[in-house]
Unconditional design. Structure first.
Lengths: 153, 744
């Protein structure tokens, strides 16, 4: 099996997996970073969202070859102390119900706010539309993203 | 407040008694160690190793005063891991910020029953949880009083510190060892709601830090040393059976450890437990065991399997006809019958009859089904997301031919439940796989497995007929035709039972080979929409005010004369009146169309009003106003989350939810072809509570059923079209504004 050099949360790692292995499963099974969640495996639900060079991407639909030489950030590495403004806003609003999709929601929201620090509520709805929350915590996600944008600005 | 225990009870007996006081049927209590994150020691809990500072099943107080409260029930996102410990902490009189909450494990050795479901955790736990906290507090105070040589009545407590009349203080941690030796009080005084310091105040989810930082919490995150991954090739359609398979390609794939079949043990149980086929196929299934999840998934795709026909594959088209035939036929069981509907219909001036249809729905928990099992000669270690830990542990013990005492089950946080995780089919599979592989195994469903091998909300049709005489509703006949099973016993006594003199509920069902079961707010999740759409249409026919008609019906209900009546007409009227006021019912500007629903289920009274506006020629749900009477609200922040989630879930599934079958096979198997509500479609939810000091009732489910009805009634106002079929998007031609709206 081929060997890949990847940088995850600032740490360079060598991974030995078959070339079709999605980044999602490399993170979860090989690197023990289980914060990134498996939801659908086909890029439809957003539970597995990570940052690749700061851009939100679906790790279930990425191979290591596509991310070699790039910086991967997962929910575990979003902030050193767990206090990224988006994480803080999630705490303030108490967004989660079951919580399973929330890492993906937070990763989508944090990348979006980097690109668009002062969004309207419509912008937020559009940006977050790709992430399914089966518990339907959508109203709180909206609120938390708006609060995070204020705190980041 | 007292229980039936004698005051000579041992500490262990107190634990046991607490669990029985909890209502037995619904709630079970447990203690012991936490569900540890990440790699855990693969060992059953040793009861003897416990710190002796445990008071009872819930409370552990360290010498330094730190308080750990064990949350008894499984957490599926309904918030009980936060709210149940809050109830204990309130009566124990400790500061909530000083409480550490830990998920308990199943302990079949000391407890008789552990089940969560039906929105009943708080309701059934209410007395027992408060008593538990109060009794522990009493013992702590008695211990301090004994040390001081004063009467306990001279002592007061604030936030875990006991103070005597002389102003001396002792912390709970200072006296915990003596307190644990105190006799358990027979009677304790519980707080008045006005004195609550924790309940009624917002408390964030106790797992919030782990969730927002991605710490291991869920079943899929659970790992042990040496664990391998399993995935299962299942019959591709309901009714199919394994004939043969060729695994030569799959075996050659990277990471594959073994490939074998399971099913033998399950079939061995069939005679004793025929209900197994209600939750899973009795066909052999092919298991791939691999070093990683992805390797297992890939190797499964490389299997060449021949499936034969066991029983005939069914289709949605066929179900549609079967349900209609059932409604038109006479194979009904009568669930409730008042007066004489036949006579009343014969004498009626006007009759309204309508039929409503709903599809199969998968649960689609975001965390696909999975479970960990390690079956060894010494023990059976199970861990993962399950709503019914005890029943599942018992089932697994039977499957493996083991004593229940060998089984240790840990509950992880669940990535959603919605009823799917009431059924432990995946636990039985994991156990059979581990027993055969002789390895610790994590069974993982792909999303496709999860959707194609579900235990679905069944398709149902309702036919409702009402008779009107002299401007009054004199007869009401509800018929239910369902796949596999019918509404449970209490539902025929929900509104409008008791409000209409001649009233009858009849049910009929068809036995399908497609597995079905409970889905968030079983039966009512669809019935509320059917019935409340019907009431609106009835009011239109009677030229009556829609709200007044409902209030008039409620005026006729007298629960004191009929103990079968489940709801309170007064509480129902209160939610209706508040919803009228808060939603601005009847006072909205042009272009805002409203739909009204009042409903009762899971012991909770709810009214919802949907506000719909026309955008691009189509009606769009903008806002739902929701009024809830659930008694005392333990944790308002968590309660609002349940309500908002339930409402939007209800809107989403009535709009989009549908799983169809062709030749026994679900047509959709992932979110590309199965539509769930997303951010842009989620309306604003505005919630109001009826404030009272009545005991708390259910909240995980009751706001879901009314939502679909409120939307349907508002869509009628907006488009002029009545919707008789869910999902509403199934009939797009009815989701168009009248021409004037499009032009205007």
């Amino acid at each position: 099996m081929p060997t890949y050099q990847v940088t995850v949360n600032g740490v360079s790692q060598t991974v030995d997996v078959s070339e079709d292995t999605p980044v999602l499963w490399v993170l979860r099974d090989h690197l023990d970073l289980v914060g990134t969640k498996y939801g659908c495996g086909i890029g439809q639900c957003g539970s597995c969202t990570i940052h690749v060079d700061g851009v939100a991407m679906r790790s279930c639909s990425l191979t290591l070859a596509q991310v070699e030489g790039k910086e991967i950030t997962t929910i575990e590495g979003l902030s050193e102390d767990g206090k990224h403004p988006v994480q803080e806003a999630w705490r303030e609003v108490d967004v989660p119900q079951c919580g399973y999709c929330q890492a993906g929601q937070i990763m989508t929201a944090s990348a979006f706010l980097e690109q668009n620090p002062n969004p309207t509520e419509e912008d937020v709805k559009n940006a977050m539309n790709g992430n399914i929350c089966r518990c339907a915590s959508y109203t709180r996600i909206r609120k938390a993203v708006m609060i995070a944008s204020e705190n980041m600005g | 407040m007292s229980n039936n225990s004698s005051n000579k009870l041992s500490r262990r007996a107190f634990i046991r008694n607490s669990s029985i006081a909890g209502g037995g049927l619904i709630i079970g209590f447990n203690l012991l160690n936490s569900c540890k994150p990440k790699v855990v020691a693969d060992a059953a809990v040793d009861l003897a190793s416990l710190d002796y500072n445990d008071f009872n099943a819930f409370i552990k107080i360290a010498d330094n005063g730190a308080v750990t409260i064990f949350s008894p029930n499984p957490e599926i996102g309904q918030g009980v891991k936060t709210s149940m410990p809050m109830i204990i902490a309130e009566e124990l009189d400790v500061a909530w910020k000083d409480v550490h909450v830990v998920q308990g494990v199943l302990d079949t050795k000391n407890y008789t029953r552990q089940v969560a479901g039906g929105s009943q955790s708080i309701r059934f736990g209410w007395d027992a949880l408060r008593e538990t906290g109060a009794k522990a507090k009493h013992m702590l105070v008695s211990a301090a009083a004994a040390r001081w040589g004063v009467d306990p009545s001279e002592c007061s407590v604030s936030e875990g510190v006991i103070t005597n009349a002389a102003g001396e203080t002792l912390g709970y941690g200072d006296v915990v060892k003596e307190a644990a030796q105190q006799e358990v009080p027979e009677e304790v005084t519980l707080k008045e709601p006005k004195d609550y310091k924790i309940m009624g105040k917002d408390a964030a989810n106790v797992d919030i830090d782990e969730i927002v930082t991605g710490a291991p919490l869920f079943g899929l995150d659970y790992k042990t040393e040496g664990m391998v991954y399993a995935t299962v090739a299942r019959p591709p359609a309901f009714g199919r059976k394994l004939v043969s398979y060729d695994d030569s390609k799959a075996r050659a794939m990277p990471g594959v450890i073994d490939i074998f079949t399971i099913g033998e043990k399950l079939r061995g149980l069939l005679e004793e437990e025929p209900r197994i086929t209600n939750i899973t196929s009795d066909s052999d299934k092919v298991v791939v065991l691999a070093k990683s999840t992805w390797q297992a998934f890939k190797a499964k795709e490389a299997l060449e399997i021949e499936w034969g026909e066991g029983t005939k594959g069914e289709s949605t088209e066929q179900h549609d006809k079967i349900l209609t035939d059932l409604l038109n036929g006479n194979k009904f069981e009568t669930r409730r019958s008042d007066g004489n509907i036949k006579k009343a219909f014969a004498e009626a001036d006007q009759i309204l009859e309508r039929t409503y249809e709903s599809p199969f729905l998968p649960h689609n928990c975001m965390e696909p089904m999975n479970f960990y099992a390690n079956v060894t000669d010494e023990k059976v270690h199970l861990a993962g997301p399950i709503q019914t830990p005890e029943g599942t542990a018992n089932f697994t013990a039977k499957l493996l031919g083991r004593d229940i005492e060998d089984v240790h089950l840990e509950m992880t946080r669940m990535g959603g439940g919605f009823g799917r995780r009431l059924y432990g089919d995946f636990v039985l599979e994991a156990a059979e796989i581990s027993a055969k592989a002789k390895k610790p195994v994590k069974l993982v469903f792909t999303r496709e497995d999860d959707m194609e091998d579900g235990i679905y909300r069944m398709a149902i049709k309702y036919r409702i007929k009402a008779g009107i005489k002299d401007g009054k509703v004199t007869a009401y006949h509800l018929k239910e035709a369902a796949i596999n099973s019918n509404m449970y016993g209490l539902i025929p006594n929900f509104f409008p039972a008791g409000a209409i003199e001649n009233y009858q509920v009849d049910t009929a069902n068809y036995d399908s080979n497609i597995t079905t079961g409970a889905w968030r707010a079983p039966y009512t999740n669809f019935l509320a929409y059917a019935e409340q759409s019907f009431f609106d249409e009835l009011a239109e026919l009677m030229e009556a005010d829609k709200i007044q008609m409902r209030l008039d019906l409620l005026d006729k209900v007298n629960p004191e004369e009929d103990e079968r009546i489940q709801y309170s007409p007064d509480r129902m009227k209160d939610v209706i009146k508040m919803a009228v006021e808060k939603s601005g019912w009847g006072t909205k500007p042009n272009g805002v169309y409203q739909g009204f629903v009042n409903y009762y289920c899971h012991n909770t009274h709810v009214a919802e009003v949907a506000d719909v506006e026309i955008e691009n020629g189509e009606p769009v749900v903008k806002k739902i106003t929701c009024v809830v009477d659930c008694g005392i609200v333990v944790n308002p922040l968590g309660a609002l989350n349940q309500i908002e989630g339930g409402v939007i879930d209800g809107v989403g599934h009535s709009m989009f939810g549908e799983l169809t079958f062709e030749d026994g096979k679900p047509v959709a198997n992932n979110f590309d072809r199965y539509r769930l509500i997303r951010m842009k479609e989620a309306p604003v939810v505005e919630t109001y509570f009826i404030e009272n000091t009545l005991s708390p009732t259910g909240l995980g489910e009751p706001t879901l059923p009314p939502a679909g009805g409120a939307v349907a009634n508002a869509f009628k106002a907006a488009t002029g079209n009545r919707l008789y079929k869910q999902p509403f998007t199934k009939t797009p031609e009815l989701l168009k504004a009248p021409a004037k709206e499009i032009i205007g």
